[in-house]
Design a protein around this ligand. Structure first.
Ligand SMILES: Cc1cc2nc3c(=O)[nH]c(=O)nc-3n(C[C@H](O)[C@H](O)[C@H](O)COP(=O)(O)OP(=O)(O)OC[C@H]3O[C@@H](n4cnc5c(N)ncnc54)[C@H](O)[C@@H]3O)c2cc1C
Ligand code: FES
Length: 281
């Protein structure tokens, strides 16, 4: 009986907030530890359903390095009742967790290739496990480029970590903002404006790209990469839709013929390109 309870994917397990810290004004990260002591293993790009007791459950990507055995970090923006309750949790408080769920960034298949990450806004959080995987196994990859865009300098997530990545000799990092503020000396413009510079001298046939951010940003970035010669099957995107069951039962996250919880959230661009241009899907 106890085993059946533990393996029921609809039953949340209790996790305790071990640490909680501010990232941006409305964004906080939570480090979670299992009350039952059994850690979860995950792949970069997967998500958990986090349950704020008495309020509700939402999908949140796992944002730390998957190689950190037993560590589990989520970065959450407060946009509504559930995400707001989650961002208010303090160390020692409890939440429910189901997961991990979904497909993952194909970091193993990208070995030997040039990994290009393009993130917009909070989209850096679901990409971070894949970025850390490539950085920590950098010798396995021919090259690594990160292009990160935010609306303004004050909205850049993980700013200290990005500065550390930027200081590495083996990694190209381009940070751009839509609107500069006084004191910003970096690039201004949407992420697509940085593509040409970031990819100059890179063989497009060797690129595996990982995109995460608003759908319009992923659509234009994918178009730019494909125009530069990258194959659509080598471009990967992470999709978001409201979720309920997260195990392919309820149909809430239906996306054309796919359920995002079961078949995604990570898709290759050739799978979803037509749907990304159709608004209602
Ligand atoms: C696979 C997956 C991974 C996700 N990863 C993260 C993550 O790492 N961090 C994070 O903060 N959020 C993430 N989200 C989004 C998160 O699930 C939603 O923000 C959350 O469901 C909002 O619930 P709520 O009850 O707080 O707000 P609601 O009351 O449901 O929504 C409040 C407002 O936010 C808008 N909204 C809701 N969901 C989204 C969304 N996905 N994108 C843009 N606007 C939205 C609504 O239209 C509404 O205007 C992810 C979603 C999916 C499907
Ligand atoms: S959330 Fe129920 S099918 Fe995806």
């Amino acid at each position: 009986m106890a085993e059946a309870v533990l393996t029921d994917p609809m039953l949340p397990r209790r996790f305790r907030v071990a640490k909680a810290w501010d990232e941006l004004g409305d964004v906080r990260s939570l480090e979670l530890e299992p009350v039952d002591g059994a850690p979860i293993a995950f792949r970069p790009g997967q998500f958990n359903m986090l349950y704020a007791f008495g309020i509700g459950e939402v999908a949140i990507s796992i944002s730390n390095d998957a190689a950190e055995a037993g560590r589990l970090v989520h970065t959450i923006r407060s946009v509504g009742a559930v995400s707001d309750a989650l961002t208010k949790l303090q160390p020692g408080q409890m939440l429910g967790l189901r997961g991990p769920f979904g497909s993952s960034w194909p970091v193993e298949q990208a070995k030997g290739r040039h990994a290009v990450f393009v993130a917009g806004g909070l989209g850096l959080a679901p990409l971070r496990p894949a970025i850390l995987h490539v950085l920590n196994n950098r010798a396995d990859y021919a090259g690594m480029t990160l292009i990160y865009g935010a609306r303004s300098p004050g909205e850049l997530l993980y700013a200290e970590e990005i500065a550390a990545w930027k200081s590495r000799f083996d990694t190209e990092v381009e940070v751009t903002v839509d609107h500069a503020q006084r004191g910003w000396t970096g690039r201004v413009g949407v992420v697509t404006t940085a593509l040409g510079h970031a990819l100059s001298g890179v063989d497009p046939g060797s690129v595996t790209a990982f995109l995460c951010g608003p759908e319009i940003m992923m659509r234009f970035t994918a178009a730019g990469l494909i125009e530069a010669g990258v194959a659509a099957r080598d471009v990967h995107v992470s999709m978001e839709r409201n979720m309920k069951c997260a195990i392919g039962f309820c149909g809430h996250c239906q996306y054309g013929p796919d359920f995002i919880c079961r078949d995604g959230p990570v898709f290759s661009y050739d799978q979803v390109a037509r749907r990304l241009t159709q608004k209602e899907i």
